[in-house]
Write a protein that binds this ligand. Structure first.
Ligand code: HEM
Length: 188
């Protein structure tokens, strides 16, 4: 075989090989890419708009509403928890005197934090980072959290989720998410 023939044969073979690799959408042998895993935020209802029970006439993302409900219930559980109460002395004194501004701010900050952490695209968290939120940089925080307190916080969070009938698999995944924050929050 002369050089010219060899070159022609090679290019034919190459063309055949590459056309064999061409992606064919109709080819039943082509695997369908797996559906993307829904974020925790989507599993909580995501961006579906629903009426906001706390603000009649206003709409709210279902994912955000689910998180806010759990956050608010958890703050109430913590308020009745003798182990964790002392850390929230500033907040509890305010609420005791009928001032709910700190409660509203904490509810919003915590909910936005969890919204972003669970995959929301439409909310931002602009509060303190987790280290500064849980040491003397935060004048509203009394003391430093121990590992045992952090464990108790998770117990209270699970109780808050149960009050809102959050499905067990979602609670488990929120628990795993919260666990990733132990290191910056436990500072003693
Ligand atoms: C994963 C668990 C936790 C998360 C995601 C979290 C998140 C937050 C956030 C976002 C804030 C608001 C920061 C700001 O105002 O800019 C905050 C404040 C605070 N956190 Fe945590 N926290 C966690 C665990 C704990 C624990 C275990 C304790 C104590 C036992 C605690 C005590 C506090 C206190 C006392 C404040 C100030 C409350 C106020 O504004 O009156 N946190 N936390």
């Amino acid at each position: 075989m002369n050089t010219l023939m060899k070159a022609a044969l090679c290019s034919t073979l190459l063309a055949t090989a590459f056309s064999g690799c061409k992606k064919d959408d109709d080819d039943p042998m082509t695997p369908t890419p797996p559906a993307p895993t829904p974020t925790l935020y989507q599993r909580l209802g995501g961006t579906t708009m629903v009426g906001d029970p706390a603000n009649p006439g206003q709409m709210i993302e279902q994912g955000y509403l689910g998180l806010r409900s759990v956050v608010d219930s958890t703050i109430f559980v913590i308020a009745g928890d003798a182990q964790l109460q002392p850390y929230f002395a500033v907040l509890l004194a305010e609420v005791g005197s009928g001032d709910l501004t700190g409660f509203a701010a904490l509810s919003e900050n915590l909910t936005e934090f969890f919204a972003v952490a669970t995959g929301s695209q439409n909310y931002n968290y602009d509060g303190l980072n987790m280290v500064d939120a849980h040491n003397s940089a935060n004048a509203r925080m009394t003391g430093l959290v121990t590992n045992a307190d952090f464990d108790q916080f998770i117990v209270d969070l699970v109780a808050g989720a149960a009050q809102n009938n959050v499905p067990t698999d979602i609670v488990t995944d929120i628990g795993a998410l919260v666990e990733t924050l132990r290191d910056p929050i436990v500072q003693q």
